[in-house]
Design a protein around this ligand. Structure first.
Ligand code: SF4
Length: 718
């Protein structure tokens, strides 16, 4: 007897995951009730074992009031989740990611207005759950007859039960195509299922008897059995090794053994062990028989890799089949650690991404191998059907029988390539300050450490580098060691380049007469430096105000925003002279209108000479009080009566703007003042303020009044 064991026999990824969830929950929630919504898998032995550990199977959320609920790999409709939440029940969702993918498609197309058709068994829990995602409106067809009876339909989205037989799916589609105006087809048959069915078919073709192990209530086990029956007359479905004795297996049989996706490894091992024991017994019997009857000894046999034997002169077509099986085996892709693979995202969850590689095995990228930043959810970055590349991290079969893949080496390679590119092109690259180390900081640039020396952290001294930790920083790569993947960066170079660029741009636009807004950077004794967008210019003290000032700080202070005019620009030597007062009204331009002969106004003594005193009427406008006009009496020196800073009342005697001259008289103002009543003075002042307020010339009213204001009835005489 020869035994061919199917490689795909036993738990599929989704089932193993769900079963693991339950056993883990038993460990972690010892004092709690644990429920599964329906049997976790269609295997009586596993369900019994779980029951012995206290796990209860209930079909309805309404029957559960407390404890932990586990949704099995078949999934459930949205109403189940809603009811769990409404009852405030804690639950673990063990829905197989492949099934969850079908839910998403159905929900999406239902919302788009498509009629959903599910090819599968109407009473299968997976189909019932999937139907929930289109509000239970799906048409469910399980064979071509049911599909044929459908009327003409407009927009249809068709999906398959994940365990549907591939040829049945194709037959149903052939019927649907002419019946539907717009048909969206999603082949959602799970790869694990189709692979298992294909292998079962090939093994059954090579065998004289096939044993399918699994629960009789397991849909996928039954399908395997049906497939085997089609090509092998002696196919048997058993649930455990106890049933082997009832099978009519003969010593010269080639026995194929496969198992459903919900059959535990332990049960498969038991069956195989028992079959091998039977085989041994049979061999012994044959040997004893040959010893007694040497003429009946069998012809020498060769055994191929699959363990299938065939005679050297075999002419019954079996050798062709064996070659085919071998060929099939060879077409299956093998992987090695470090190999780059590409595929499509089959499902995304917080803990893993399943990658369909289009071959024998799927790949799993665990969360820690995704290369995502902390706090980033995988679903924000990866989407079902996205093309994805990764590197094989582990080929050894893990529990789920999938390859373990990692995006990290790929991302690191890409990150290093970007650093090399930045070095070669001089482009900037951004990272996050990871930590302060001796002599500088380490910048994390997409997983690669870039060293930034302290002297390159900024264009000025940074006292405490720790304040930068966790912050983004742009650097220029100034040195690399490709062999060791080491890079040195400079943020200072970035700042200097930005400054230089700004300066260049600013100088390109600067011209004499340009009016521009700038910011006062600092103030010195001789003027103020103003930044006009990358270039610093100087406003000399004489260009700050039309009036006399002792220090620039009387007009501006650092941080002030000021409108200035470019007085001169020396691009070659980068010298820029700016003016502030030039953008303000020149007092001599309006002096004639504002100051009339005979007006009495207030002013401030700003300088004293031997021939008189200069009185400032407003910034930039000074008049002379001749010594003879300082007082009503004769004086020897102006200083005998006045000192710098005195506020005085003066009468306008003469105004000559073109010569920048105003003649004033204190004596005359006093004479007039003596004749005035305080009341007249105040009234005239108020009238004047109102008049000044309405003038378009912008300057501060000095409060001066004219004789005309005081004696309006005599105005014409002045
Ligand atoms: S058969 Fe496929 S879809 Fe079903 S549970 Fe297993 S892996 Fe998931």
């Amino acid at each position: 007897m020869k035994i061919i064991r199917a490689e795909t026999a036993g738990f599929c990824f989704g089932v193993r995951r769900a079963v693991d969830y339950v056993y883990k929950s038993i460990e972690e929630h010892r004092n709690e009730r644990i429920y599964t919504l329906g049997p976790i898998i269609h295997n009586p032995q596993v369900v019994e074992d779980l029951a012995s550990k206290g796990v209860k199977v209930l079909n309805n959320v309404d029957d559960i009031d407390d404890g932990l609920v586990i949704i099995r790999s078949h999934g459930a409709g949205p109403d189940v989740y809603e009811r769990l939440k409404a009852k405030d029940l804690r639950f673990i969702d063990a829905t197989c990611p492949y099934v969850a993918r079908v839910h998403k498609k159905v929900e999406e197309y239902y919302r788009k207005g498509y009629q959903i058709i599910i090819a599968g068994e109407a009473d299968h829990p997976e189909v019932i759950g999937t139907n929930g995602w289109c509000n239970n409106t799906a048409i469910i067809v399980n064979d071509v007859d049911e599909a044929s009876r459908l009327p003409q339909l407009d927009k249809v989205c068709v999906v398959a039960q994940t365990t549907l037989n591939g040829s049945k799916w194709e037959d149903i589609l052939k019927i649907l195509l002419p019946k539907v105006n717009e048909l969206q087809i999603f082949n959602t048959i799970c790869y694990a299922t189709s692979q298992r069915q294909e292998e079962a078919l090939q093994i059954a073709k090579l065998s004289t008897a096939v044993i399918v192990i699994g629960g009789r209530n397991s849909s996928n086990t039954r399908k395997l059995y049906e497939i085997c029956c089609k090509v092998c007359d002696r196919a048997f479905l058993i649930e455990s090794a106890d049933e082997i004795d009832n099978l009519s297996i003969k010593p010269d049989d080639v026995v194929g053994i496969t198992a459903g996706a919900s059959t535990p490894d332990g049960i498969i091992e038991e069956v195989i062990t028992k079959m091998e024991e039977l085989n041994k017994d049979a061999q012994q019997n044959i040997e004893e028989h040959v010893d007694e009857h040497p003429e009946q000894a069998p012809v020498e046999e060769t055994v191929n890799d699959a363990g299938v034997s065939h005679g050297a002169d075999n002419d019954n077509g079996r050798s062709d089949e064996v070659d085919f099986a071998k060929g099939l085996e060879e077409t299956l892709v093998t992987y090695h650690v470090g190999q780059m693979v590409s595929g499509k995202v089959a499902s995304v969850s917080d803990s893993e991404i399943i990658v369909s590689l289009g071959g024998k095995q799927d790949g799993v990228i665990p969360r820690e191998e995704m290369g995502l930043d902390e706090g980033v959810s995988p679903s924000e970055v990866f989407h079902i059907d996205d093309d994805i590349e990764a590197q094989v991290k582990k080929t050894a079969r893990n529990e789920e029988d999938n390859l373990i893949l990692s995006r990290k080496p790929l991302l690191l390679r890409k990150a290093w390539a970007a650093i090399e590119d930045a070095y070669n092109t001089g482009n900037n690259i951004t990272g996050v300050v990871k930590e302060v180390i001796k002599g500088g900081i380490l910048l994390d640039v997409n997983g690669i450490d870039v060293f930034v020396p302290a002297s390159h952290v900024s264009d000025r001294y940074v006292k405490d580098l720790n304040v930068l930790v966790g912050k983004e920083m742009e650097v220029k790569i100034i040195e690399i060691t490709p062999k060791r993947r080491r890079a040195v960066g400079s943020h200072k170079a970035v700042i200097e380049q930005e400054k230089w660029q700004k300066e260049e741009e600013a100088w390109a636009n600067i011209r004499e007469g340009l009016r521009i807004t700038g910011k006062v950077k600092n103030v010195t004794d001789f003027g103020a430096f103003v930044d006009i967008g990358g270039v610093d210019g100087l406003i000399h003290i004489g260009d700050l105000s039309w009036g006399r000032i002792k220090h620039p700080s009387e007009v501006v202070k650092p941080g002030d925003t000021v409108d200035v005019i470019v007085l001169s620009a020396d691009k070659e030597n980068k010298k820029l002279s700016l003016g502030l007062k030039q953008l303000q009204p020149q007092p001599w331009d309006y002096a004639m209108d504002k100051y009339k002969v005979g007006d009495i106004v207030r002013g401030k003594v700003v300088s004293i000479t031997s021939f008189g005193a200069f009185v400032e009427l407003e910034p930039g406008l000074e008049g002379l009080v001749h010594i003879s006009q300082v007082a009503n009496k004769r004086i020897n020196k102006v200083e005998d009566v006045l000192k710098v800073g005195d506020e005085v009342q003066v009468k306008i005697m003469d105004v000559r703007p073109e010569e920048h001259r105003i003649s004033l008289s204190i004596k005359e103002a006093q004479g007039d003042s003596d004749n005035n009543s305080e009341e007249k003075w105040s009234k005239a002042k108020a009238d004047r303020e109102e008049k000044n307020h309405s003038t378009s010339v912008s300057h501060q009213d000095d409060g001066g009044v004219t004789l005309g204001d005081i004696y309006p009835d005599m105005k014409d005489k002045f």
